[in-house]
Design a protein around this ligand. Structure first.
Ligand code: SF4
Ligand code: SF4
Length: 373
């Protein structure tokens, strides 16, 4: 079967031609680190896509698998000296086997979300202030889990957004993605600020092809609002942090998180080895490639357990489930009964911490000025 590209021919082609084949993407790819197969790196994937487009290669099961072995972690894109938009090419050229089409179908996606809702700790949805123009972007998982996201002293309205669209984009369903972008941008247009607590949603929306570029400036990750606020934990705790890949690709790195955690009284922040390494779950990657996902996840677990922390924090629901899974498994694999508890950092700030009354409360950014602390 010959592979023909219907859409995006030029954009994809331009990106592939930009690749100098330097191989720097190899060293950062979490998949390559496990399988040691060049064909799974960004460079390898690009060359296979190019071969298919030119007709030099024919699509077969092996190539499908090589292209599918991707966590969409953006590490290759962030480290590419030639500026190749690797993950964009992979999304646009996505091809799935029949089994993987089923595993990534809306039916399985909704089933997964419904199963997650069983674990909802809160049975009621949180209360919002309908009149606020500070909108909360509640991701699909937070919605199902009825996560009680709020920012102390700030009135938030639930923006009632649709899914961020990334699950559709990464499956090559750009038609649905475009409709989602259009719908969500109309809501963002009416807001002063849109606050996120999910790294993946934040990164996905920051990458929207906005009609009005000013709408991008309204997007804020909640950690920005807590900057310059004196937070105190209710008791002494050893805490470590796993950086979600998508938080990094949205422009928030370890330094920013460490500055926040390091400023919290009563917290002893313990940096884990390779805090920026992927957790291995990558959206629904763990459904399609469970063994590989577990291998990557357990490496992360080893680094977490070695910190001897009480708590491991993160800022992405998928990473959180990955960490909860790996901490549970670690009890048996590493024979360590005191594995850290995995908690979403926004939940941690709300439930384990308080803001001191004499906190400086000075706004840090244009967005923050709009938010009354
Ligand atoms: S780092 Fe960029 S330019 Fe270098 S091989 Fe990878 S994709 Fe190509
Ligand atoms: S996005 Fe991540 S997993 Fe996929 S090829 Fe790039 S580095 Fe590897």
């Amino acid at each position: 079967m010959h592979y023909t590209t219907i859409m995006h021919n030029d954009e994809v082609k331009q990106n592939i031609l930009k690749c100098s084949r330097c191989g720097l993407c190899q060293g950062v790819c979490p998949i390559y680190k496990e399988v040691k197969d060049e064909k799974t790196t960004a460079r390898g994937k690009l060359m296979q896509i190019w071969g298919l487009k030119k007709g030099d290669l024919e699509l077969n099961g092996k190539i499908l698998n090589n292209l599918d072995l991707c966590l969409n972690c953006d590490k290759c894109k962030l480290n590419c000296p030639s500026g190749v938009d690797t993950t964009n090419v992979f999304c646009k050229e996505k091809k799935l086997s029949t089994l993987n089409k089923f595993l990534t179908s809306d039916f399985i996606f909704n089933l997964k979300l419904s199963l997650l809702s069983i674990f909802a700790i809160q049975k009621k949805s949180p209360r919002y202030d309908k009149n606020s123009k500070i909108l909360y972007f509640e991701g699909c998982i937070a919605k199902k889990l009825k996560q009680q996201f709020h920012i102390k002293g700030t009135k938030l309205a639930n923006g009632e957004f649709k899914c961020c669209g990334l699950p559709y984009l990464t499956k090559g369903r750009e038609d649905i993605y475009k409709k989602i972008v259009e719908y969500n941008e109309k809501i963002i247009e009416k807001a002063d600020v849109v606050v996120f607590n999910c790294a993946t949603c934040f990164s996905a929306v920051k990458n929207y092809p906005f009609r009005n570029p000013k709408n991008k400036e309204k997007l804020v990750f909640y950690t920005d609002i807590y900057k310059n606020t004196q937070i105190c934990a209710q008791k002494k705790l050893n805490v470590t942090y796993h950086l979600p890949c998508h938080l990094k690709s949205a422009g928030i790195g370890m330094e920013e998180i460490e500055n926040l955690l390091g400023s919290i009284k009563n917290i002893n922040y313990k940096k884990m080895e390779k805090a920026e390494d992927c957790c291995g779950f990558g959206g629904d990657f763990f459904i399609r490639h469970p063994i590989l996902a577990c291998k990557i996840s357990l490496k992360k677990a080893r680094n977490i357990v070695d910190t001897n922390s009480d708590i491991v924090l993160t800022s992405c629901p998928t990473c959180l489930w990955s960490l909860r899974f790996s901490m549970f498994v670690s009890k048996y694999v590493f024979k360590n009964k005191n594995t850290p508890k995995a908690i979403d950092m926004a939940d941690f700030l709300n439930k384990y911490c308080y803001i001191e009354d004499n906190s400086p409360k000075q706004p840090l950014s244009k967005e923050k000025e709009l938010i009354k602390m």
